[in-house]
Design a protein around this ligand. Structure first.
Ligand code: FE2
Ligand code: FE2
Length: 133
């Protein structure tokens, strides 16, 4: 069975190894969540993975913001706002899961679109900035 989300360096690498590792951790968490959900794992087990996903995401956003500051990335403030908005949405989905014990298709669709659009559309910019410097 193929993973829910496949890492592909050609498409997703931002050319900053530490940040790529953060993205891979988030992706591996999403894949685990998807697999366990399909396998109808107990809610408590899913809840642990959801918590982990939130934690690795918060950690990654912080690392990314520190990194962008360190290279003098000009769009840092804008990028921070986008992270905040994303975290808000993840928190909403998590609250819904906590209330219902169910992970919806919308939740997985959101994770997938979020990661693709954010890495390829937004994160890639600090990688380019660094390469251009
Ligand atoms: Fe980001
Ligand atoms: Fe990122």
């Amino acid at each position: 069975m193929s993973n829910y989300f496949e890492w592909n360096a050609e498409i997703y690498s931002v050319q900053v190894p530490a940040m790529d590792r953060g993205h891979q951790m988030i992706i591996s968490c999403m894949n685990r969540l998807h697999t366990q959900n399909q396998a109808k794992a107990p809610v408590a087990q899913l809840a642990r993975i959801v918590d982990e996903l939130v934690q690795v995401t918060v950690k990654h956003f912080n690392e990314e913001e520190t990194y962008m500051a360190s290279i003098g990335f000009p769009d840092l403030a804008k990028h921070k706002i986008i992270h905040k908005t994303l975290l808000g949405k993840i928190t909403e989905h998590k609250a819904q899961f906590d209330a219902t014990g169910k992970l919806t298709d919308e939740f997985f669709a959101f994770l997938k679109v979020w990661l693709k659009a954010h890495i390829c559309g937004i994160d890639i910019k600090y990688g380019r900035h660094r390469l251009a410097a």
